[in-house]
Every structure is written in structure tokens, then in C-alpha cells.
Design a protein around this ligand. Structure first.
Ligand code: BGC
Length: 255
């Protein structure tokens, strides 16, 4: 129980990687704030799972692409549990559109949900952590695509590239406050964002073949990295990204 007495907010916390992160942090004893935008039922089920682990939890419906909603989210965490120790900027979407066909609306949606939310989530969490004292952890869910092009998913790559520099720059700026900022860069994970690929056997075997470990990750294999980064063992990590990608970024056909 390395996170007993700590309070964690997870954006996009009721599905996919976010849901696994909620459970991994709860397993370490943290009090949890689940941010969600849709599916109240799924949030209530997850809240129950957290309570079954013996931890306190609240769900907050907030659209993290809006700063006022993020402010309300952080305020609710502090109202409920008195502080904020771990902010996981996890909410994310993709449009699978190329530089040639991405619309202004798609661009804004992806950049706002992925990058703007992480920027202001970092800002608001850091202000609270500085006010309460004692430091904190900010964990940004990026992707291998913070650094590795994904043709046909341009806006998503841009947003993750922005999160890479947010992590590095904010990590440097906030280090004097003992607030550590680290990115987690998953490869392909078996979550709703990859539903179409997983449902198509040809696509799935192409993807599996590109991954040195030979398979997609389960969300729990990403969440365990977040739990480590939130804990005492990660006290010297900041302004960098931990890639959990099964070797994907370094795979090579050996030509
Ligand atoms: C994207 C997926 C993609 C995976 C591996 C993730 O960040 O969301 O669409 O399959 O990276 O390329």
C-alpha cells in the first residue's frame, strides 16, 4: 500500500487505460476521483470496485477540454478529500484522419481533449500542490506517437507530441516545488480506442506482427507503470516519458 493517504484524480477514468489506472492506484490505497464525460453507470460500477478495495472514491462528470470543468474537478477532489497528490491526465481521443482530410472541428476536438486538458490539468493540479505543500506527481498519458509518426492519425500525433514537450517543460519548471511530471507512452493497448483494429482479424495480426512482444498490451500493463510513477520508488523521475510499448517503437524487419 504505497499510496495510503494520497489523493489521485484520473481524467477519462471510467474506461480503457483510465479505468485500469483507477484500480491500480486504489490497490495501492489512494483515494480516487474518477473524471468521466459519458456512461454514469460504468462510473458507478467502478466506484463500487474501488470501495470494495477499501478506498474512498467519488465520480465527477467533467469535460476536461474546458478549463472551467477542470477547475470544478480539482475543487471537488479537494472538497472531498482535502488535497491532491497525483494528477493523471489520461483522457484522450483520436480521429484516424490524415493531414489531407482532417477538418477544423476534428483538429480542435483532438487537441482540446488530449493536449489542452493535460496543459490546464497540469497547471491546476500544480497550483493546488504548491498551495498545500509537499510536492506531488503529474502523470501524462501520452503514446508512442508523441515521437513516432502514425500516418493517418495526424492530429493525434500532434497532440501527443505537444504532451511530450508539456511533460518536459513543466517537469523542469515544477521540479523546485518537488512536483514530478512524467509521461507514460503506451503502444497498442486493448481498449475502446483500438476497438476497430481488434475486431478485424487481418488488422490485428498485422499489428501484433509489428510488436516485438507479439501482442497488444492489456490496460493493466500500462496502469502498473502509472502506479509505480505515483509511488515512492519513482522519486527521481521527472521531465521524461516511460514507454510501455512491447518494443514497438524499436521494431525492425531487419532489412
Ligand atoms: C493509438 C492507437 C495505435 C497505437 C499503436 C496508440 O496511441 O491510439 O490507435 O494503434 O498507438 O500505434
Amino acid at each position: 500500500m504505497t499510496l495510503k493517504g494520497k489523493v489521485a484524480v484520473v481524467t477519462g477514468g471510467n474506461s480503457g487505460i483510465g479505468k485500469a489506472v483507477v484500480l491500480a492506484l486504489a490497490e495501492q490505497g489512494a483515494s480516487i476521483v474518477i473524471d468521466y464525460i459519458a456512461d454514469e453507470r460504468a462510473t458507478e460500477d467502478l466506484e463500487q470496485q474501488v470501495r470494495d478495495l477499501g478506498d474512498q472514491v467519488i465520480g465527477v462528470e467533467a469535460d476536461v477540454s474546458k478549463v472551467e470543468d477542470l477547475e470544478r474537478l480539482v475543487a471537488k477532489a479537494v472538497d472531498a478529500f482535502g488535497r491532491l497528490d497525483v494528477m493523471v491526465n489520461n483522457a484522450g481521443v483520436e480521429t484516424r484522419t490524415s493531414v489531407l482530410d482532417t477538418t477544423e472541428e476534428q483538429y480542435a476536438k483532438v487537441l482540446d481533449i488530449n493536449l489542452k486538458s493535460a496543459f490546464f490539468g497540469t497547471q491546476l493540479a500544480a497550483k493546488q500542490m504548491i498551495a498545500q505543500g509537499g510536492g506531488g506527481r503529474i502523470i501524462n498519458m501520452t503514446s508512442v506517437h508523441e515521437d513516432w509518426p502514425m500516418p493517418g492519425n495526424t492530429a493525434y500525433c500532434l497532440s501527443k507530441g505537444g504532451m511530450r514537450m508539456l511533460t518536459r517543460t513543466a517537469g523542469v519548471e515544477l521540479a523546485p516545488h518537488d512536483i514530478l511530471v512524467v509521461g507514460v507512452g503506451p503502444g497498442a493497448v486493448d481498449t475502446p480506442i483500438n476497438k476497430a483494429t481488434v475486431a478485424d482479424p487481418a488488422q490485428l495480426s498485422k499489428l501484433d506482427a509489428a510488436i516485438p512482444i507479439g501482442r497488444l498490451a492489456q490496460p493493466e500493463e500500462i496502469a502498473s507503470v502509472v502506479a509505480f510513477l505515483a509511488g515512492a520508488g519513482a522519486s527521481y523521475l521527472t521531465a521524461t516519458t516511460i514507454f510501455a510499448d512491447g518494443g514497438l517503437m524499436h521494431s525492425s524487419p531487419g532489412l
